[in-house]
Ligand binder design. Structure first.
Ligand code: SME
Length: 160
């Protein structure tokens, strides 16, 4: 297993997702430990894209609880009816927020966060087991390219 990423400079975001997918796949494929894989996925996304914050919130009983992440410290628990993470969990769909100040109920863990995308991660039974939250310090930083790229990467999380 390669333990360093290889991302050519000056590559488009779409191309980075293409290059990253097989590398993350190789990183997690032979490793059954969920937390280890989530940790490496957040590190790979942070390193490849330089996102401000990237991390997982895992469904635990009746809340989402902070899991592996990269970036500044963050709120540890999110109710299902709160924030972008709660909305993505409840709806079971990816939510793109170009301006977090315009999203009712957005939870501001950091005032530097300006836009975000949250992608649900499904278990084998089709229930949302966690969400992947990516925050940017620039407005409207995410598009369908990220929605597709991140949704594909979270399919690599197999121990659910
Ligand atoms: N922005 C999220 C809260 C988590 S932090 O951004 C890390 C939300 O509103 O769901």
């Amino acid at each position: 297993m390669a333990e360093t990423l290889s991302i050519p400079p000056h590559t488009t975001r779409r191309a980075i997702y293409e290059i990253l997918f097989p590398q993350i796949s190789a990183l997690v494929n032979d490793e059954p430990d969920l937390i280890a894989n989530l940790a490496n996925i957040t590190a790979a996304l942070k390193e490849a894209f330089g996102f401000f914050w990237v991390g997982f919130y895992l469904k635990k009983e009746d809340q989402l609880v902070l899991g592996p992440f990269q970036g500044p410290i963050a709120c540890t628990r999110i109710a299902f009816d709160k924030g972008v993470c709660g909305a993505a969990y409840t709806r079971g769909e990816t939510i793109l927020v170009p301006d977090v100040d315009q999203f009712p109920g957005h939870i501001a863990c950091s005032s530097a966060s300006k836009s975000e995308i949250v992608v649900p991660v499904f278990d084998k039974a089709g229930n949302v087991a966690m969400v992947l939250d990516v925050d940017s310090d620039t407005l409207a930083d995410f598009s369908e390219v990220d929605a597709e790229g991140l949704a594909r990467i979270v399919t690599l999380i197999q121990s659910l």
